[in-house]
Design a protein around this ligand. Sequence first.
Ligand code: G3I
Length: 331
Amino acid sequence: AQAAGVSAARPIPIGSAAQIETFRADPRYREALKRYCDVIVPMNDLKWEALRHDRARFDFSGADEIVAFAERNGQALRGHALLWGEALPPWARDMTSRAEAERELVEHISTVVDRYKGRIATWDVVNEVIRFEPLPGEPMRDTIWQRLLGPAHVEIAFRAAAAADPKARLVLNDFNFEEPGAGTAARRRIALDLCRRLKDKGIPVHGIGMQAHLYADRPLDIDGLENFMVELGKLDLDVEITELDVIDWKLPADAATRDRAAASLVGTFLNAIASVRRPKAIVTWGLSDRYSWIHETFPRQDKARARPLPLDADFRPKPMMAVLDRYRRGQ
Ligand code: G3I
């Protein structure tokens, strides 16, 4: 029972990224998506690489399938990502002029956002535009967009998205906001500056997406995170947790220990955020340990499988799911 006068925290939508190959192949995965998600984001099918094999036509097949699934199940949808420097088809990587890049970027965003207007409620308008290790005077990551359009690529993207769906929530999405250190603090500052600049120009931006790929062997900068949330509040910006998982490649092999450590880390992280600013959503980057980008990207010395997600390889809930469920139920 709630202590008298302490209002129960409102439920926070929980969700996951849906990977189309697995979605098509594994009914248990579809069942888990239906059961555990209030919100779904196509993991890869709204990226340029998936939509734009050839320049002449858009291939929405994968995205449409996942969008239809979510709509059938009354689940909300996030879109990922209208502008990214990766997962681009060769013709986009090879663009050479400012005029070409701006024309293609605006046409792409207008076409994609218009198609899902009123259906995809939130968009990662730009993904990972901040330099991994920011240099003085050089905050922006070196991508084709930055090279051809300069820092203006961020506002061009947000303007195009807002014009295509004035009701959509528009998010600046990035990673590595969570750890101690000057570099991470700089990334947090740059993210806030980019959003402040958009707002000063009257360009709609609604929130910052924290990917939150957490490292089980690294500390969290709790003060840094709490201050980040205070600064977001001052700018009237939401926070979304958009790609939560735990990179546990440096933890001891025994699964139960790793699962408990991952759940504890996720709990500490979410508490640092939610104690100051309530996330609009908490989305994990996949649902089951059976399918995760982390297996290939962070292989363990002992070759044991990574255990990054809330369900195990047989879709059974792990301690991490209990942590998420408390937020889902509003405790
Ligand atoms: O769809 C093609 C398939 O036709 C082809 O046969 C196959 C082999 O080449 O590749 C398939 O595309 C792969 C795609 O995933 C779909 O499975 C790409 O090669 C592969 O690079 C892509 O990896 C994704 C990666 O982003 C790059 O887009 C991962 O699944 C996805 O988890 C990862 O997610 C990113 C977020 O978007 C941004 N934040 C970091 C996160 C992890 O890297």
